[in-house]
Design a binder for this molecule. Structure first.
Ligand code: ADP
Length: 775
């Protein structure tokens, strides 16, 4: 019940960003509350002054009595103040005060300056007798002196900083007396800041970073908490402490084990696995990372991400995936400068903070989908990250100090290389991951996907059985993709449906058990009454196969997944002249593409539909020109029998799936074949697909993506594939079993293409030409 009477000198503060006021008061004396008169709106009490009463009269006496104590106290106080940095004005002033002030005022003043808990301060306030006050304060002084000595011993070189810190804080505190809770809060905060400083000093950050951090922490100490910058600086320092400057996991690389692990996790993809093993082997021998960045390019769902994860596992490293799809701001990679409100470090630094080590495997997913915007080009920022010559001093804008990324293993994935900026592409080694064949998909499903799905749904192989023919059905009739992602989803749907049946079965078992137990005369009536509405569903339930394992056959498949989504439509669509099948490459894998043509009376115009790019339109014009110039040779005529194919005739060429933009030169041969069929009235063989670029003189030029295209044709059940002769070498990459199913026709000119596309050939008629010349 003892307090300090004080005179309010000044009140400053504001309500924003949060209410924070500073009260400047001058303490007068201690008082004691005798009686509380009223509490609201503010307390009013009758008080009694406790000290500084007979200041002048008792001075001599008290000094005599307390001479020894006060002398001792004075010595300690001087010792403490002299340990501080005298060049700071506040310290020099304090030193002068020690001599000028009456001795009995010293305990109060020094208690408020040195580091004491709130509890201790209140104890000193309660100590009305001067003797008691001296006795209580001396141990606190000694404690502070010892603490300071220790600090100076451990931090010899930074002595000055510490002194200043100790000296400045008290100064701030002399003037303000906050309420108790706030004081404690601040106390806590102060402790936190000291802890933070300790962490910074003990962390193994680089010299440069340490310097920046110490500077920031010094600023932090001087800053009132209510300043927005306080939180900003603090977050920054906390991030700096958390970053793995020197923390790394130990690589445990053993090529033989890596090979086994990769084989166990992934079926097929031999080329990719081989290249990854080579890469790892070089790493093992050379022990540094200055190699190219691997970039897996292929359609979705072919296991690019999961191979990345396996690499991390074989190396015993942490794995972190950074999705780059749609990133169009370079500060996403490199962070915002700290001057922005809400600034953050970029994804690289964030990733490092998340994994907590400086040598993780970072998977840069979808590098081909980086965007560009006014906020700069993220691809350019990635250049610095990926360049082994530069990334040992990668500077994030938020950190503003260099961080060494040279230990990080970067792997990139993309669907296509076409949209990767050339400079970025230059830093990476592209490894193509093609789509899977049906056989491979079946194996992948049975070795990996089905066991994984069963586990996820809490099922066992004793409860569900999916035979290989069913898997093949799912692959051919319910999915059309290069990878296995939608196959995986369909298998998930089957497992869900089976899980319901299994759970229902269990429920029914327990129900029948209970019914047997509670069977009795008296409940019979109830049963007959209640059973009626349920009976239908009951019998229906009983009709379902209750015995395990539940076999998924074609009918079950239809029940669960609905009617088949894709049917083999090839032969149907090739039942009239003017249709041919081309092969297209898309980032999602190869696809077969029907090209349709029709002719009508008109003025010789060519109409193209199906969202075609410029290159494709040019191919169409080329094809028409070549056919027109060779019309006589092939006996191609328009509707009225003229060799001028466009005379009074309009031609319409359509590439179905009009919602998808198509471009590229590889449809040239298909357009020629389609038009040849239209003008000759003959059907193109229904099992032939083709790809190749054409020239005006009828040559067939090589095209890309042969492997994906061939796989697509194989998926669609086609048998004969016409490819440019110069693409023959690409066939080696295709699995033997696929090659065995198909016949390849190598064509170097359009004559060969047409001969192969039509049953019985599309032969040139030399005799007719001679006849024509006579005319
Ligand atoms: P991507 O990154 O190429 O789009 P993911 O790596 O996400 O594809 O693969 C999709 C799923 O397919 C994963 O669950 C993966 O385990 C599985 N998967 C793909 N290829 C294989 C394979 N060859 N062997 C086993 N599982 C595979």
């Amino acid at each position: 019940r003892i307090g300090t009477a004080a005179l309010a000198v000044q009140v400053v503060g504001s309500n924003w960003p949060k209410p924070h006021y500073t009260l400047l008061v001058t303490g007068l004396c201690r008082f004691q509350i005798l009686q509380l008169l009223k509490e609201k709106p503010y307390p009013v009490a009758e008080v009694e002054q406790l000290d500084r009463l007979e200041q002048f009269t008792n001075q001599h006496k008290s000094e005599e009595e307390l001479g020894e104590l006060s002398e001792q106290f004075y010595k300690y106080a001087v010792q403490l103040v002299e340990m501080l940095d005298m060049s700071v004005p506040a310290v020099a002033k304090l030193r002068r005060l020690l001599d000028n002030l009456p001795r009995e005022a010293l305990p109060d003043i020094l208690t408020s300056i040195i580091r004491t808990s709130n509890q201790e301060k209140l104890q000193i306030l309660d100590a009305v007798s001067l003797e008691e006050r001296f006795k209580m304060t001396i141990p606190l002084l000694v404690r502070q002196i010892e603490g300071l000595k220790l600090l100076q011993k451990t931090r010899k070189p930074k002595q000055d900083d510490d002194k200043r810190v100790v000296a400045i804080r008290p100064n701030r505190r002399i003037n303000h007396i906050p309420s108790t809770t706030e004081d404690e809060e601040e106390e806590d905060d102060h402790d936190d800041v000291v802890m933070l400083e300790k962490k910074i000093r003990t962390s193994s950050m680089s010299e440069q970073a340490l310097k920046v951090c110490l500077k920031e922490i010094k600023r932090l100490k001087k800053m009132p908490q209510s300043m927005p910058e306080y939180a900003l600086t603090r977050n920054y320092l906390e991030l700096m402490v958390e970053l793995p400057w020197n923390k790394s996991t130990k690589d445990r690389l053993e090529i033989r084990a890596a090979r086994i692990l990769l084989d166990n996790d992934h079926y097929a993809m031999e080329k990719l696995k081989k290249r990854v093993l080579e890469y790892l082997a070089v790493r093992q021998l050379k022990n540094n990372l200055k190699g190219p960045i691997l970039c897996f390019v292929g359609p979705p769902g072919v296991g690019k991400t999961s191979v990345g994860r396996s690499i991390a596992k074989t190396l015993g490293r942490e794995f972190h995936r950074i999705a780059l799809g749609g990133v169009c701001d370079q500060s996403d990679i490199r962070g915002h400068r700290r001057t922005y409100v809400g600034s953050m470090p970029g994804r690289i630094i964030n990733g490092l903070k998340t994994v907590g080590v400086n040598n993780p495997v970072f998977l840069l997913d979808e590098v081909d989908k980086l965007g560009k915007s006014l906020q700069g080009d993220p691809a350019a920022a990635l250049l610095e990250v990926l360049d082994p010559e530069q990334n040992h001093s990668f500077t994030d804008h938020y950190l503003n100090v260099a961080f060494d990324l040279s230990q990080v293993l970067f792997i990139a994935t993309a669907n296509t290389t076409a949209t990767i900026p050339p400079a970025l592409l230059d830093r990476m080694e592209i490894i193509q991951v093609p789509g899977y064949t049906q056989e491979e998909k079946i194996e992948i499903a049975h070795r990996h996907l089905i066991p994984k799905q069963l586990e996820q749904h809490g099922l066992t192989p004793q409860q569900i059985q999916i035979p290989q023919v069913t898997t093949l059905d799912i692959i051919t009739r319910y999915t059309r993709e290069a990878g296995v992602r939608s196959l995986d989803r369909k298998l998930g749907a089957i497992c869900r449906a089976v899980a319901v049946k299994v759970a229902e079965g269990q429920h029914k078992e327990t129900k029948t058990d209970r019914a047997e137990v509670s069977e009795g005369e008296d409940c019979k009536e109830h049963v007959t009454e209640d059973a009626k509405p349920e009976s239908i569903s009951d019998t229906a339930d009983l009709a379902l196969p209750p015995e395990m394992p539940i076999l998924i056959d074609f009918h079950a498949l239809k029940d669960i997944l609905g009617p088949p989504m894709y049917e083999m439509e090839v032969s149907e669509r090739l039942s009239q002249p003017g249709v041919a099948i081309g092969l297209a490459w898309t980032p999602l894998g190869g696809e077969i593409m029907f090209v349709e043509a029709s002719r009508m009376d008109g003025e010789g115009q060519l109409t193209l539909t199906g969202q075609l790019g410029d290159v494709m339109k040019e191919s169409a014009h080329l094809a028409i020109s070549w056919l027109r110039s060779n019309a006589k040779r092939y006996q191609l005529t328009n509707a009225s029998g003229s060799f001028d194919l466009l005379d009074n005739t309009d031609i319409h060429l359509h590439f179905p799936a009009g919602a998808v933009t198509k471009d590229g030169p590889s449809a040239g041969v298909t357009i020629v074949t389609c038009l040849a069929s239209l003008f000759s009235g003959r059907l193109v063989c229904s099992d032939v697909a083709m790809t190749g670029e054409i020239t005006l003189r009828g040559l067939v030029l090589p095209v890309g993506g042969i492997k994906d295209k061939v796989l697509a044709a194989h998926r669609a059940g086609l048998k004969r594939i016409i490819i440019p002769r110069r693409n023959e070498k690409d066939l080696e990459e295709i699995a033997v079993n696929v090659r065995q199913d198909l016949t390849f026709v190598m064509a170097s000119c359009l004559d060969e293409v047409l001969n192969a596309a039509f049953d019985g050939g599309f032969a040139v008629k030399p005799r007719l030409e001679r006849l024509n010349s006579k005319l």
